[in-house]
Design a protein around this ligand. Structure first.
Ligand code: ZN
Ligand code: ZN
Length: 266
Protein backbone atom coordinates (compact mmCIF):
# COMPACT_ATOMS: atom_id res chain seq x y z
CA UNK A 1 0.00 0.00 0.00
CA UNK A 2 1.31 3.45 -0.94
CA UNK A 3 1.57 6.08 1.80
CA UNK A 4 -1.12 8.78 1.93
CA UNK A 5 -0.31 11.93 -0.04
CA UNK A 6 -0.55 14.57 2.67
CA UNK A 7 0.48 17.64 0.67
CA UNK A 8 -1.27 18.39 -2.62
CA UNK A 9 -2.43 21.64 -4.25
CA UNK A 10 -5.38 22.27 -6.52
CA UNK A 11 -6.87 25.22 -8.41
CA UNK A 12 -7.56 26.88 -5.03
CA UNK A 13 -3.85 27.58 -4.46
CA UNK A 14 -2.67 30.91 -5.90
CA UNK A 15 0.27 29.30 -7.69
CA UNK A 16 -1.77 26.39 -9.10
CA UNK A 17 -4.87 28.27 -10.20
CA UNK A 18 -4.17 27.59 -13.89
CA UNK A 19 -2.87 24.00 -13.61
CA UNK A 20 -4.44 22.54 -10.46
CA UNK A 21 -7.63 20.45 -10.65
CA UNK A 22 -9.06 18.84 -7.52
CA UNK A 23 -11.39 16.39 -9.25
CA UNK A 24 -8.75 15.14 -11.72
CA UNK A 25 -6.22 14.89 -8.89
CA UNK A 26 -8.61 12.61 -6.97
CA UNK A 27 -9.23 10.49 -10.08
CA UNK A 28 -5.48 10.12 -10.59
CA UNK A 29 -4.99 9.23 -6.89
CA UNK A 30 -7.59 6.46 -7.17
CA UNK A 31 -5.95 5.15 -10.35
CA UNK A 32 -2.60 5.00 -8.54
CA UNK A 33 -4.08 3.24 -5.50
CA UNK A 34 -3.35 6.05 -3.05
CA UNK A 35 -5.30 5.66 0.20
CA UNK A 36 -5.74 9.38 0.83
CA UNK A 37 -4.97 12.89 -0.40
CA UNK A 38 -4.91 16.12 1.60
CA UNK A 39 -5.58 19.35 -0.33
CA UNK A 40 -3.26 21.68 1.56
CA UNK A 41 -3.86 24.92 -0.31
CA UNK A 42 -1.44 27.82 0.10
CA UNK A 43 -2.02 30.45 2.75
CA UNK A 44 0.98 32.77 2.38
CA UNK A 45 0.23 35.85 4.47
CA UNK A 46 3.76 37.28 4.29
CA UNK A 47 4.34 39.52 1.25
CA UNK A 48 7.67 38.54 -0.30
CA UNK A 49 10.12 39.51 -3.04
CA UNK A 50 9.04 37.48 -6.02
CA UNK A 51 11.87 37.32 -8.56
CA UNK A 52 10.98 35.04 -11.47
CA UNK A 53 7.44 34.59 -10.13
CA UNK A 54 6.69 38.07 -11.51
CA UNK A 55 6.34 36.62 -15.02
CA UNK A 56 3.75 34.04 -14.03
CA UNK A 57 1.93 35.82 -11.21
CA UNK A 58 2.46 39.48 -12.10
CA UNK A 59 -1.13 40.37 -11.22
CA UNK A 60 -0.27 39.80 -7.53
CA UNK A 61 3.04 41.71 -7.66
CA UNK A 62 3.52 45.40 -6.82
CA UNK A 63 7.05 46.87 -6.83
CA UNK A 64 8.52 43.35 -6.95
CA UNK A 65 6.60 42.23 -3.83
CA UNK A 66 4.08 39.41 -4.23
CA UNK A 67 0.93 39.43 -2.11
CA UNK A 68 -0.59 35.98 -2.50
CA UNK A 69 -4.39 35.73 -2.49
CA UNK A 70 -6.06 33.27 -0.12
CA UNK A 71 -8.08 30.27 -1.34
CA UNK A 72 -11.79 30.88 -1.97
CA UNK A 73 -13.05 29.08 1.14
CA UNK A 74 -16.62 28.47 -0.08
CA UNK A 75 -15.64 27.16 -3.51
CA UNK A 76 -12.96 24.99 -1.90
CA UNK A 77 -15.48 23.43 0.50
CA UNK A 78 -17.95 22.75 -2.31
CA UNK A 79 -15.27 21.12 -4.43
CA UNK A 80 -14.14 18.94 -1.50
CA UNK A 81 -17.72 17.82 -0.85
CA UNK A 82 -18.20 16.89 -4.51
CA UNK A 83 -14.94 14.91 -4.59
CA UNK A 84 -15.75 13.08 -1.34
CA UNK A 85 -19.11 12.07 -2.82
CA UNK A 86 -17.65 10.95 -6.14
CA UNK A 87 -14.53 9.15 -4.83
CA UNK A 88 -15.90 7.16 -1.91
CA UNK A 89 -12.84 4.86 -1.68
CA UNK A 90 -10.41 7.74 -1.35
CA UNK A 91 -10.04 9.61 1.94
CA UNK A 92 -10.05 13.28 0.87
CA UNK A 93 -8.74 15.55 3.63
CA UNK A 94 -9.05 19.31 3.87
CA UNK A 95 -5.96 21.30 4.69
CA UNK A 96 -3.78 24.31 4.22
CA UNK A 97 -0.08 24.99 3.83
CA UNK A 98 0.73 28.04 5.90
CA UNK A 99 3.89 29.88 4.95
CA UNK A 100 5.69 31.66 7.82
CA UNK A 101 2.81 31.06 10.27
CA UNK A 102 4.54 32.48 13.36
CA UNK A 103 4.02 36.23 12.65
CA UNK A 104 0.38 35.64 11.64
CA UNK A 105 -1.12 33.74 14.58
CA UNK A 106 -4.27 35.87 14.94
CA UNK A 107 -5.15 35.84 11.22
CA UNK A 108 -4.58 32.09 10.98
CA UNK A 109 -6.62 31.36 14.11
CA UNK A 110 -9.60 33.08 12.45
CA UNK A 111 -9.61 30.68 9.47
CA UNK A 112 -11.99 27.75 9.18
CA UNK A 113 -10.69 24.52 10.82
CA UNK A 114 -9.20 21.93 8.43
CA UNK A 115 -8.00 18.33 8.78
CA UNK A 116 -4.32 19.13 8.20
CA UNK A 117 -2.18 22.21 8.70
CA UNK A 118 1.21 22.00 7.04
CA UNK A 119 3.69 24.65 8.17
CA UNK A 120 6.31 25.96 5.75
CA UNK A 121 9.05 28.51 5.44
CA UNK A 122 9.00 29.88 1.91
CA UNK A 123 10.92 33.10 2.50
CA UNK A 124 13.36 34.78 4.85
CA UNK A 125 14.02 38.41 5.80
CA UNK A 126 16.81 39.94 3.71
CA UNK A 127 17.08 43.25 5.57
CA UNK A 128 14.54 45.05 3.40
CA UNK A 129 11.88 42.49 2.53
CA UNK A 130 11.11 38.80 2.77
CA UNK A 131 12.52 36.85 -0.15
CA UNK A 132 12.67 33.29 -1.38
CA UNK A 133 15.87 31.40 -0.44
CA UNK A 134 17.13 31.25 -4.04
CA UNK A 135 16.86 35.02 -4.34
CA UNK A 136 18.87 35.44 -1.13
CA UNK A 137 21.68 33.29 -2.53
CA UNK A 138 22.24 35.88 -5.27
CA UNK A 139 24.04 38.00 -2.67
CA UNK A 140 24.97 35.49 0.06
CA UNK A 141 26.48 31.96 0.14
CA UNK A 142 23.81 29.24 0.02
CA UNK A 143 25.12 27.55 3.22
CA UNK A 144 24.61 30.81 5.17
CA UNK A 145 21.05 31.10 3.87
CA UNK A 146 20.33 27.46 4.78
CA UNK A 147 21.64 28.05 8.33
CA UNK A 148 19.37 31.09 8.70
CA UNK A 149 16.47 29.01 7.41
CA UNK A 150 17.10 26.23 9.95
CA UNK A 151 17.34 28.77 12.79
CA UNK A 152 13.98 30.20 11.66
CA UNK A 153 12.47 26.68 11.80
CA UNK A 154 13.19 26.66 15.55
CA UNK A 155 11.47 30.05 16.00
CA UNK A 156 8.51 28.83 13.97
CA UNK A 157 7.68 26.06 16.48
CA UNK A 158 5.70 28.62 18.52
CA UNK A 159 3.08 28.61 15.71
CA UNK A 160 0.06 26.37 15.28
CA UNK A 161 0.68 23.64 12.68
CA UNK A 162 0.75 19.81 12.60
CA UNK A 163 3.48 19.01 10.11
CA UNK A 164 6.63 20.78 9.01
CA UNK A 165 6.94 20.68 5.22
CA UNK A 166 10.06 20.33 3.06
CA UNK A 167 12.83 20.92 5.61
CA UNK A 168 15.19 20.88 2.61
CA UNK A 169 13.32 23.69 0.77
CA UNK A 170 16.42 25.88 0.13
CA UNK A 171 18.19 22.79 -1.26
CA UNK A 172 15.76 22.80 -4.22
CA UNK A 173 18.15 25.34 -5.70
CA UNK A 174 21.61 24.37 -4.50
CA UNK A 175 25.05 24.97 -6.01
CA UNK A 176 26.64 21.51 -6.47
CA UNK A 177 25.95 18.46 -4.35
CA UNK A 178 24.18 18.86 -1.00
CA UNK A 179 25.72 17.04 1.97
CA UNK A 180 23.62 17.16 5.16
CA UNK A 181 26.76 16.41 7.21
CA UNK A 182 27.83 20.02 6.54
CA UNK A 183 24.78 21.14 8.56
CA UNK A 184 24.47 18.30 11.06
CA UNK A 185 24.32 20.48 14.17
CA UNK A 186 21.79 22.94 12.68
CA UNK A 187 19.62 20.21 11.15
CA UNK A 188 19.58 18.18 14.37
CA UNK A 189 18.67 21.31 16.37
CA UNK A 190 15.74 22.06 14.03
CA UNK A 191 14.57 18.42 14.05
CA UNK A 192 14.78 18.35 17.87
CA UNK A 193 12.71 21.56 18.08
CA UNK A 194 10.03 19.95 15.88
CA UNK A 195 10.09 16.59 17.69
CA UNK A 196 9.90 18.16 21.15
CA UNK A 197 6.77 20.06 20.12
CA UNK A 198 5.10 16.85 18.84
CA UNK A 199 5.23 17.83 15.17
CA UNK A 200 5.24 15.48 12.21
CA UNK A 201 8.09 15.76 9.77
CA UNK A 202 7.14 15.66 6.10
CA UNK A 203 8.91 13.56 3.52
CA UNK A 204 8.41 15.91 0.55
CA UNK A 205 9.18 14.11 -2.69
CA UNK A 206 9.77 17.19 -4.88
CA UNK A 207 13.31 16.68 -3.65
CA UNK A 208 13.52 13.23 -1.99
CA UNK A 209 14.46 13.75 1.64
CA UNK A 210 18.08 12.75 2.27
CA UNK A 211 18.09 9.38 4.15
CA UNK A 212 20.54 10.83 6.68
CA UNK A 213 18.03 13.55 7.63
CA UNK A 214 15.34 10.91 8.10
CA UNK A 215 17.65 8.93 10.42
CA UNK A 216 18.41 12.09 12.41
CA UNK A 217 14.65 12.70 12.75
CA UNK A 218 14.36 9.33 14.50
CA UNK A 219 17.45 9.93 16.65
CA UNK A 220 16.18 13.36 17.73
CA UNK A 221 12.90 11.90 18.95
CA UNK A 222 10.64 12.25 15.89
CA UNK A 223 7.67 9.93 16.27
CA UNK A 224 5.55 10.68 13.19
CA UNK A 225 6.15 11.12 9.49
CA UNK A 226 3.91 12.39 6.70
CA UNK A 227 4.45 12.18 2.96
CA UNK A 228 3.83 14.85 0.36
CA UNK A 229 4.20 14.98 -3.41
CA UNK A 230 3.59 18.75 -3.25
CA UNK A 231 1.76 18.22 -6.56
CA UNK A 232 0.48 21.40 -8.22
CA UNK A 233 -1.23 19.51 -11.09
CA UNK A 234 -3.01 16.12 -11.25
CA UNK A 235 -0.12 14.33 -13.00
CA UNK A 236 2.19 14.82 -10.02
CA UNK A 237 0.03 13.42 -7.23
CA UNK A 238 1.68 10.44 -5.53
CA UNK A 239 4.99 11.15 -7.23
CA UNK A 240 7.85 9.34 -5.46
CA UNK A 241 5.69 8.01 -2.62
CA UNK A 242 6.52 4.31 -3.20
CA UNK A 243 10.24 5.01 -2.77
CA UNK A 244 9.57 7.34 0.17
CA UNK A 245 7.45 4.68 1.90
CA UNK A 246 10.18 2.07 1.46
CA UNK A 247 12.79 4.39 2.95
CA UNK A 248 10.48 5.27 5.85
CA UNK A 249 9.97 1.57 6.61
CA UNK A 250 13.75 1.04 6.56
CA UNK A 251 14.13 3.44 9.51
CA UNK A 252 11.19 1.96 11.43
CA UNK A 253 8.07 3.91 10.36
CA UNK A 254 4.84 2.01 9.66
CA UNK A 255 1.28 3.05 8.78
CA UNK A 256 -0.98 3.91 11.71
CA UNK A 257 -4.44 2.34 12.13
CA UNK A 258 -6.22 4.75 9.79
CA UNK A 259 -4.84 4.85 6.27
CA UNK A 260 -4.92 8.67 6.06
CA UNK A 261 -2.91 9.23 9.25
CA UNK A 262 0.80 10.01 9.56
CA UNK A 263 3.05 7.00 9.84
CA UNK A 264 4.37 6.19 13.30
CA UNK A 265 7.41 4.49 14.80
CA UNK A 266 6.88 0.71 14.98
ZN1 ZN B 1 5.75 24.73 0.23
ZN1 ZN C 1 3.15 22.93 -1.23
Amino acid sequence: MLPPDGHVHSQFSWDARNVGAMRETCARAVALGLPSVAFTEHVDLTPFRAGFLVDEHGEFVVDGILRAPLPDADAYRESLDRCRAEFADLVVLSGREVGQPHPHAAELAALEPVDRVVGSLHCLWDGEAYAEPWLLTESRPAPDVFRDYLAEVCRMTTADFDTFAHIDYPVRSWPGEFDPADFEEELRTALRALASTQRCLEYNTRLPLHPTVLRWWVQEGGERLTFGSDAHHPGAVGHGLAEAGALARSVGFVPDRRQQDPWVRA
